[in-house]
Design a protein around this ligand. Structure first.
Ligand SMILES: *Cc1c(COP(=O)(O)O)cnc(C)c1O
Length: 398
């Protein structure tokens, strides 16, 4: 089939929930992907911060092939070796006590919300607890995750959602304090806001949130689904700060392409859920957790976090150059290989033109061009990105 036939077929078959670019992807290799017409794209989106090690990585693929031949799925009535390996390694790098494997980011958020609600319930027996989340946050599309997502237009058609969710202003501790009362059981925040526009938390803010949780016996939940797994130059972004959350969510690069997520907890939060409180058929299955285990081994073996720290200044320098050069590019924000260029109302147009010119980038918010490349990118990849982006920015600079 040619490209247009695929697109027509897709438009006839799929429920229309996505506005897709007219590109039909066929395969990937390293930091590049190829469409059905053989056109090559440099991928600075990594499948939305997923493919940390790039495409077609032999070590990763071989591990999965080996697992496919052994066993793909069992059930949570039994133990399985990859999930035991993965859970032990993950709690170690995250500094958590307990791990629960899920199938997606949103599902990890659901688990975290259940911990928060039950924590509150066990504490005082009330059934009207409140959770504080943030404006511009994104936590996923299931009803629970949507309830705590800051973007109104995502929530509104599906009201009523979970009651008792309050939204504070990110990086504004006073706005959080103003919402805390005797019903509040948890504060949920991305350590670096992703979809909302790439906003890293300030030290003062995140330490203040931790203290507020300690002082009021509330749980601090860190959504690390996008900013975790080495992306910001630490294994988890909260490790940049002098805090430890009670609950952590992960997904995206956790399995580097196999759908898998996790929620983790430590201390008192690790004891909240008991047998019968939560479950999933697929969660923690051998194939998905073999991916997690392999990914965590590769992080160690290749010191990927160090590579992120080594390469980040070069990416920042290149992006800062565009802020200098083009009037409509007004700022760069980010941490490590999670960066955003503020391009105002031209952002969507820039992304579209970049894709047409063989560079994959995504938006964040309505005015930010997002850079979440594979963590293994080289200077050559950054130079290739810069050449295409410069051409595109120049064409919009009128
Ligand atoms: C992507 C994302 C989610 C949702 O993950 P899904 O796997 O799409 O359900 C939640 N939180 C953050 C911060 C994300 O970036």
């Amino acid at each position: 089939m040619d490209k247009q036939s695929y697109v027509d077929c897709a438009e006839n078959a799929f429920y229309k929930t996505y506005n897709r670019y007219g590109v039909v992807i066929e395969k990937g290799e390293g930091t590049h992907i190829y469409d059905v017409e053989g056109k090559k794209y440099l991928d600075f989106g990594a499948g939305i911060a997923v493919f940390a090690f790039g495409y077609g990585n032999k070590e990763y693929n071989d591990a999965l092939k080996d697992q496919i031949d052994k066993i793909i799925h069992t059930s949570n009535y039994f133990y399985n070796i990859p999930s035991i390996d993965a859970a032990s390694k993950l709690k170690e790098v995250a500094g958590m006590d307990r791990v629960f494997f899920t199938n997606s980011g949103a599902e990890s958020i659901e688990g975290a919300l259940k911990i928060a609600k039950k924590y509150g319930h066990c504490k005082d027996g009330r059934d009207d607890h409140e959770i504080i989340a943030f404006e511009h946050s994104f936590h996923g599309r299931t009803l629970g995750a949507l309830s705590v997502t800051g973007t109104k237009k995502y929530r509104e058609p599906f009201e009523q959602l979970i009651p008792g969710i309050k939204f504070a202003t990110y990086n504004d501790l006073e706005s959080v304090k103003a919402l805390v009362n005797e019903k509040t059981c948890a504060i949920l925040m991305e350590t670096v806001q992703g979809e909302g526009g790439i906003y890293p938390a300030t030290n003062e803010f995140i330490e203040g949130v931790r203290k507020l949780c300690d002082d009021n016996d509330m749980l601090m939940i860190s959504d690390e689904i996008q900013c975790g797994m080495g992306r910001t130059g630490k294994m988890f972004a909260y490790q940049h700060y002098n805090v430890m959350p009670d609950v952590v969510t992960a997904a995206k690069a956790l399995g580097c392409g196999v759908p898998v997520g996790a929620f983790m907890a430590r201390g008192k939060a690790a004891k909240v859920l008991e047998p019968g409180d939560h479950g999933t058929t697929y969660g923690g299955n051998p194939l998905a957790t073999r991916a997690v285990s392999t990914v965590l081994d590769m992080f160690k073996k290749y010191d990927t976090v160090k590579h992120v720290n080594d390469i980040t200044p070069y990416l920042e320098k290149v992006l800062d150059g565009f802020v200098q050069k083009y009037d409509f590019v007004t700022a760069r924000r980010g941490l490590g290989l999670m960066q955003g260029l503020v391009c105002g109302e031209k952002a969507a147009d820039v992304v579209k033109s970049c894709i047409e010119n063989g560079l994959i980038l995504f938006m964040a918010g309505h005015d930010v061009v997002r850079f979440v490349p594979p963590l293994v990118i080289t200077r050559e990849d950054i130079d290739e990105m810069a050449e295409i982006l410069d051409k595109v920015l120049a064409s919009k600079n009128s």
